[in-house]
Design a protein around this ligand. Sequence first.
Ligand SMILES: [Zn+2]
Length: 260
Amino acid sequence: MDTSLDSSVADGYRSLSQKARVITEHWASNNLYCAACLSDRLEPLKANTKVVDFCCPECSTRYQLKSKSRSIGNVIANSAYGPKMDAIARGQTPNYLFLCYSPYSWIVTGLFAVPGHFLTPAIVQMRPPLKSTARRAGWVGSNILLGALPPEARVALVTNGHVLPRSEVRQSWSKFAFLGLPESSKGGWGADTLMCIRRIARETGSDRFSLQEFYGRFEGELGVLHPDNRNVRAKMRQQLQVLRDNGVVRFLGRGDYRIV
Ligand SMILES: [Zn+2]
């Protein structure tokens, strides 16, 4: 992966935003690779005006690329809210690649992937409807709260201009790929439960918790985030089992857990 962007590909363009789009897309087509398998390239899909999707020719994993100059920040505006929540409910949220670059030196400074199964109702925020004077009056967009993601949701490919080895990137991706299986990805339950575990560790300063404590802290909150689910406790228990099967928590017996 070469972090320098070729700004000459946008010589014919006037608007700065168009220039940036052409330059970053050109770079992405030549440098992106698949984090989910061993494919060393991704193919751009037919681009519409705003969203560029890339697809792996080997494993068909799809990625949506979002580029920004300077830094990505903790909140990023994204597509329509309703369809996004439907995609989460079905467990079919796209994977994201966030690219940031310096618009002066045209160098990629950061690139990280967020696997789609980390997008949960807790991470997607509804934006106010567009004003009646807007061209798409009443349209409701969404924000992705990147700052609220657990650390393992960010799979870094480039950090501070430093390119990480592909093997390391693929390892970080595959470690939590089980959250993308239907039993955890539907509704974003797996990632939400993982987030609760990270929070309990942060808030208590301990790597141990009991099932009762887990219910007590998060049952109400998860119930609000998943209004269609009638049995939140059963779902929490099921997801703790998935996390246990994948070595994230250990079951100590008598309803006690340890975070690995
Ligand atoms: Zn692939």
